[in-house]
Design a protein around this ligand. Sequence first.
Ligand SMILES: [Mn+2]
Length: 348
Amino acid sequence: MKMSFRWYGESDPISLEYISQIPGMRSIVSAVYDVKPGEVWPEESLARMKEQCEAHGLVFDVVESIPVHEDIKLGRNNVDELLDVYCENIRRCAKYGVKCVTYNFMPVFDWTRTQLDKKAPDGSTSLVMYWDQMRGLDPLKDDIHLPGWDSSYSQEEVRELISAYGAIGEEGLWRNLEKFLKKVIPVAEECGVVMAIHPDDPPYPIFGLPRIITCEEHLDRFLKIVDSPANSLCLCTGSLGCAKTNDVAKMVRKYSEMGRIGFMHIRNVKIMEDGSFEERAHLSRCGSLDIYEIVKNLVETGFDGYVRPDHGRMIWGETGKPGYGLFDRALGATYINGLFEACEKDRK
Ligand SMILES: [Mn+2]
């Protein structure tokens, strides 16, 4: 397993020096943030990222993410041109040492929460999604601004996108994903990059938008489209774990055994009675997921891909990007490292 940490580049309030001080930290997960989706990433930006990481004894070998342009997901006229740009970005990442590229295929919104700073009894804050706050919201009628949504879309654009996705439906989205994979995976294979798709967060339809990377049946279908280790999963326990019907530990064992997990996002969530969920500390007893079971399944199947502690809470008075503070993610990394050490020693 290769332990990693997400870093948002020079604008991230958390320094590479601090990240390098987390015990066992190896890799940096980052991206080029100064260009829009559908544009070619400047080589200078990649070279600089690599240099900065190396100066702190870290390796820049995971990209999260190269965003997939909405026109690719919708299969619009300019899709071939956009796919060429996407492939060029994979080649450029590989040239600067990147081994794994994460992306998602979620329509319009990357992730959905209703509050980013819900206070727990202990004073920590975290991201939550409460159905009480979601119900009654209709982006086709109201001007909705949920936290975390791309504010660059106007209300009119959001409506237009939602109706365009409604028109293609789930099967249309699968078709466009297939076209994407058939173009992109051979390029990834050629340059030694593993493409790792991130599941939909949460893994069910929101506002009628189709969502397909959601459950075991759909992950099976996804992996069969291009049956290659370069076509892999970024298995995010917290995203898949928001649906009670997903047995995350079992999925981890199955896909790791198949050699089809490139990247593990490990975090815990607490699913509430009505299906709402709260992000919690990584520890098994803090949420609904058995993180020990998940790590044990990885170790027993010989997992050697990347792992990162996913979202953390805000604790000890830290402020910053919700989910991406230093302290709780560092605690998460240490906890996960401990589980790996124990499981690996048990195995011998
Ligand atoms: Mn994730």
